[in-house]
Design a protein around this ligand. Structure first.
Ligand SMILES: C[S@@+](CC[C@H](N)C(=O)[O-])C[C@H]1O[C@@H](n2cnc3c(N)ncnc32)[C@H](O)[C@@H]1O
Ligand code: SF4
Ligand code: SF4
Length: 424
């Protein structure tokens, strides 16, 4: 019998695999559907016993088994998922208010006046998300720290053994506030710092001081919260990227570097208009930073990346994850909100299961799409970001032109645009 460590949950995913997920450390073990079937054979034969033994080894190796003698929940095959397909993670936009006005922020494009959900409706929503089987809740904004009930929201999620990640600009996080977030059970904080010199930081974030954000990171780390530094590359800060290596090593953080997305086309006509593709120096520097800092890269997309080729589903938006706006609308992802809404959280099941846009994404196997399906980079790229595909390529189900460019460079094949890729 497998005695799981406290905080370890397991669920069946969209591809029929079984995922064991430690909601404290965010470590996991994934069991392919073919092997998961063997585990459920009661009494089982030798093959079945071997499968259980190797699962036990994998779980123990990742710290997912309780110490001998320590009680923990015992593993048994999960009942069918409450949502079809299973929802693994959700972004929860707790507010659109912000203490900054960053020059690159997509929320300016999406900031239609919205009624913000109060504490009680948000707590009930978290209960509902727990019932729906999510493993990870990503609290975002605006600036989530502007809500004084944030620790209460985190603590409710953690009481359901849901892992939590906070997206924040890190301003105003002193040791007391960091301890309060840690005591609520916050697992990870993704802190945006888009400039490593005072002038650059100020030119992008407009208000706020680099030293204050840096102190926020230190306080979060000191309180025992894992920190991911997020650096969005624009023309204004691309020159600071070489400073990033020292910064992330000094502060012992993971990192996520990505080029700015031209959100402006999303706020006007979506039609045939395209966003302005990032300049070559931005993409080149982003790729160089990615290559240098790969070992410190965030585990951000790993859950989606665990899916096998037959379930390649681009970034997972609408397939394994969704975005919930501050007024309770269910949408695709942070960038694809307006026009990509599936319904209201009062009927999460029908929003998730019957939204035409979600169904369209789910019924598209990336292996069958003309460009990605024949692309040699698919195994690493997985088809990329849906917002970038739409903004730069004009097609929600098309390739992500930024990924095409990056993979083209990595393999020395030139600065490929989508039409270059996928051609055998
Ligand atoms: C909207 S913010 C919300 C959380 C918090 N206020 C913060 O700044 O981290 C979430 C993340 O989106 C990034 N972001 C905003 N606009 C973007 C854009 N146009 N392209 C790429 N990333 C963007 C921010 O830099 C930040 O890392
Ligand atoms: S702090 Fe975050 S939400 Fe606020 S303007 Fe900047 S990127 Fe946008
Ligand atoms: S590199 Fe481009 S064509 Fe290839 S899988 Fe990625 S997005 Fe698709």
């Amino acid at each position: 019998m497998l005695n799981l460590a406290p905080g370890v949950r397991y669920k069946t995913r969209i591809d029929g695999s079984l995922l064991f997920f430690d909601t404290r450390s965010c470590r996991y073990v994934s069991v392919p559907s073919s092997v998961a079937g063997l585990l459920s054979q009661d009494g089982g034969g030798a093959t079945s016993r071997r499968a259980v033994r190797s699962l036990a080894e994998a779980l123990a190796g990742n710290g997912l088994l309780a110490d001998p003698g320590q009680p923990g929940p015992v593993f048994s095959i999960p009942s069918p998922a409450p949502l079809e397909p299973p929802l693994d993670e959700a972004f929860l936009e707790v507010t659109r208010r912000c203490n900054l006005q960053c020059s690159h922020c997509y929320q300016q494009g999406n900031a239609l006046p919205q009624q913000e959900l109060g504490t009680q409706p948000l707590l009930e929503l978290i209960d509902r998300l727990a019932e729906s089987g999510i493993l990870q809740l990503k609290l975002t904004g605006g600036e989530p720290l502007l809500r004084s009930d944030l620790p209460e929201l985190i603590s409710r999620a953690r009481s359901h053994d849901i892992a939590t990640r906070l997206y924040t600009n890190g301003l105003g996080v002193d040791p007391r506030k960091a301890r309060c977030l840690a005591e609520a059970g916050l697992n990870e904080a993704q802190v945006s710092i888009d400039g490593l010199r005072d002038e650059t930081y100020a030119s992008i974030r407009r208000r706020g001081i680099l030293a204050e954000a840096t102190a926020g990171i230190a306080a979060l780390r000191e309180a025992g919260i894992a920190v991911i530094l997020s650096f969005t590359v624009t023309e204004a800060n691309v020159g600071d990227l070489p400073l990033l290596d020292d910064f992330v090593r000094t502060h012992r953080v993971q990192v996520c570097v990505s080029p700015y997305l031209d959100y402006r086309v999303l706020s006007c006509s979506r039609g045939p208009s395209r966003g302005e593709f990032p300049a070559t120096d931005i993409l080149t520097a982003t790729l160089a930073a990615f290559t240098r800092l790969k070992p410190l890269w965030t585990r951000k997309t790993r859950l989606t990346q665990l899916l096998p080729p037959s379930w390649f589903s681009f970034c997972g938006a609408g397939v394994t994850s969704c975005y919930i706006t501050c007024s309770g609308r269910v949408a695709l992802c942070p960038l694809l909100q307006e026009g990509f809404e599936a319904g209201h959280i009062d009927d999460l099941k029908s929003a998730w299961e019957r939204s035409p846009v979600f169904l369209r994404l789910r019924s598209t196997n990336v292996l069958d799409t003309p460009a990605c399906g024949r692309c040699p980079h698919l195994v690493w790229c997985r088809g990329g970001c849906r917002a970038r595909a739409l903004i730069y390529g004009g097609d929600l189900l098309g390739p992500d032109p930024v990924c095409c460019w990056m993979h083209g460079r990595l393999t020395g094949a030139g600065e490929g645009r989508p039409q270059t890729w996928g051609v055998p």
